[in-house]
Design a protein around this ligand. Structure first.
Ligand code: ADP
Ligand code: MG
Length: 599
């Protein structure tokens, strides 16, 4: 056996495998080069998902003849001095053009201000063609044809043209969000393209985000700004009620570089954990600015991941800033929801099918995932079992007191509909409140603050509630009995397959104890033995709150309704229940007038 040195061509092809995974990664490298070159306009054109042709043009500094010749060679870069820890540009490895030239037919045309005319260089599957003059007027244009045509194995791994185009669009969007001052144009043959004009001035960042994420983003986004030990965080975070089924619309940037970093995504998830169901995801665009020495961007050939020297600091900064913004905005429900409600409330003639009625969110209980039968425990809250002699719609004429109430953000409760929704009148509109969702959030917040301090007030049951469980669950609960008592639940084993619940957290209307105990046992199964329950209090509080809330289907007296509204106004995060569902929808008079064609 003999050891041979690999040829330059083979080395480049190996490297290319890391840098150039698919057409989108070519676009990423080329567009990043354009940003680094100080472009104010970048145009990306692809054909056949990029496998056929990719062209990226910019109006940046361009390259002179000598630089152009070097640019396609491996490890040739104008960006990296000698310090790998001091990287201020998007590129630095000096291998993108060389790698692309190894696996495609690459043409780079460029003109630098110092040259009388432009120059062009070609590389086809590693073979460099001599420089020749080009008619390009300014900046740089890079064309990549026949990507992977000489490496059928790689070609085979490309997805459909459609999927590759989507991946490319994602790249362009991310870069565009990070650089609002640059105009971006994108087209992909038959698919309609993107065009983002340059945004400058104060609102530039948010304007560009709205260009990319849609006009709904701005009214539903909270500005984020925080700084800790020299790390700066800026950007926008969507209201919890403005959520998505996937985490795709979470955009994170470190020093202007789009990254998909698990640490950062985890921090976002943590910040929203309290206000969003696990299968829903917020929209965020967060920009982290950090001393280049504090972050290693050279972890991944495609530079999509980063490593922070002090990752705890960055995580804490994100979680802290998001939580603060979310709780400050806690009483706001997404305005977009009102828009959706309005659409749902179109006059019947506009409805296409009677089916729409059935799917309409105006039906009671349509979204209630659980309807537990009331538990037959003796003890407290017996009064609630009594039928209340209150009309379900309170149609009194507005009184003086009502007018004073209307000055409150959530207004004066005027009616309860379907025993589920409270309708309140405000000065300039009406508010529909989901009483269960609202109460759940109130109970949860109250419980959380109670748990944070002293033991939670408890209430003794006249007759202990016996809950059947399997043996393991009994052991698990018994092992945590002391800690459970702190959160207001006193229980003890009752034979091998049951527990007896003697006391429950006070101040609950009605509590389905059996269900609660089952859910807690389930929660505990997921906590490892060393974790103190106090650290999981939020989760436990959520479980308790969910079981202790006013269910839909209960009639409320006018005083009770108004008390609920005032409570919501005074409570953090009351714009959504702890599953991220909105607790109320507000319709302005102007909206209602539009509904009736008065405007
Ligand atoms: P890197 O970006 O890591 O330096 P590349 O292979 O992407 O490596 O590019 C090599 C060099 O070519 C860059 O350092 C830069 O000097 C030059 N270059 C590439 N693209 C452009 C462009 N669009 N405008 C001006 N110079 C460019
Ligand atoms: Mg580069």
């Amino acid at each position: 056996m003999a050891i041979r040195r690999l040829s330059e061509e083979v080395i480049n092809r190996i490297a290319a495998g890391e840098v150039v995974e698919r057409p989108a990664s070519v676009v990423k490298e080329l567009a990043e080069n354009a940003v680094d070159a100080g472009a104010t306009r970048i145009e990306v054109v692809i054909a056949e998902g990029g496998a056929g042709l990719i062209s990226v043009s910019d109006d940046g500094t361009g390259m002179d003849r000598a630089d152009l010749a070097l640019s396609v060679e491996r490890h040739c870069t104008s960006k990296l001095a000698d310090d790998l820890l001091d990287i201020a540009t998007l590129g630095f490895r000096g291998e993108a053009l060389a790698s692309i030239g190894a696996v495609a037919r690459l043409t780079v045309a460029s003109r630098h201000a110092s040259e009388a005319h432009g120059w062009e260089i070609g590389v086809a599957h590693g073979a460099v063609a001599p420089l020749r003059p080009s008619a390009i007027a300014q900046g740089t244009r890079v064309e990549v044809a026949g990507l992977f045509e000489a490496t059928p194995a790689r070609l085979k791994f490309l997805k459909t043209a459609r999927a590759e185009t989507s991946a490319t669009i994602d790249i362009v969007k991310r870069l565009a969000m990070a650089h609002p001052g640059i105009r971006f144009d994108f087209s992909a043959g038959e698919r309609s393209g993107l065009s983002y004009r340059a945004r400058t001035g104060e609102g530039a960042a948010l304007e560009r985000l709205s260009d990319v994420l849609g006009a709904d983003f701005a009214p539903n986004a909270l500005p984020i700004r925080a700084e800790r030990e020299g790390v700066r965080l800026a950007g926008f975070a969507g209201l919890p009620t403005f959520n998505r089924a996937s985490a795709r619309d979470q955009y994170l940037f470190v020093n202007g570089r789009p990254v998909r970093d698990r640490l950062l995504l985890g921090a976002v998830r943590g910040a929203y954990a309290d206000v969003l169901a696990r299968d829903r995801h917020p929209l965020v665009a967060l920009f982290i600015d950090i001393e280049p020495h504090e972050v290693d961007v050279n972890v991944h050939p495609a530079k999509a991941e980063v490593r922070f020297r002090d990752s705890g600091l960055v995580r804490g900064l994100i979680v802290g800033a998001l939580r603060e913004a979310l709780s400050a905005a806690g009483r706001r429900a997404s305005p977009t929801i009102a828009g959706e409600a309005l659409r749902a409330a179109r006059p019947p003639l506009e409805r296409r099918a009677a089916d729409d009625w059935r799917r309409s969110s105006w039906r009671p209980d349509a979204r209630r995932g659980f309807e537990y039968p009331a538990a037959g425990h003796g003890g407290f809250a017996e009064a609630e079992a009594e039928p209340l002699a209150v009309p379900s719609a309170d149609l009194r004429a507005p009184s003086i007191a009502d007018e004073a109430l209307q000055a409150h953000p959530l207004g004066a409760a005027r009616a309860q509909l379907h025993e589920t929704y409270i309708v309140a009148q405000t000065q300039d509109g009406l508010v529909i409140i989901d009483q269960h969702a609202a109460h759940e959030r109130l109970v949860y917040e109250r419980l959380k603050s109670a748990l944070a301090g002293r033991p939670v007030p408890r209430q003794m049951l006249l007759i202990p509630e016996i809950v059947d469980l399997d043996g393991e669950d009994v052991d698990r609960l018994a092992a945590r009995a002391d800690e459970l008592a702190e959160v207001g639940l006193v229980l003890e084993p009752f034979g091998p397959g049951a527990v007896a619940v003697r006391e429950v957290p006070a101040a609950f209307g009605r509590l389905d104890i059996a269900r609660l105990v089952h859910d807690l046992a389930h929660d505990l199964a997921e906590v490892d033995g060393s974790t103190r329950l106090r650290e999981r209090l939020d989760a436990i509080a959520a479980t308790i709150a969910c079981h202790g809330s006013v269910r839909s289907g209960r009639r409320l007296k006018p005083e009770e309704m108004n008390a609920l509204l005032r409570d919501m106004e005074g409570t953090e995060n009351s714009g959504q229940c702890n599953h991220g569902r909105p607790t109320y929808v507000e319709l302005k008079l102007a909206d209602i007038e539009r509904l009736f064609g008065r405007r």
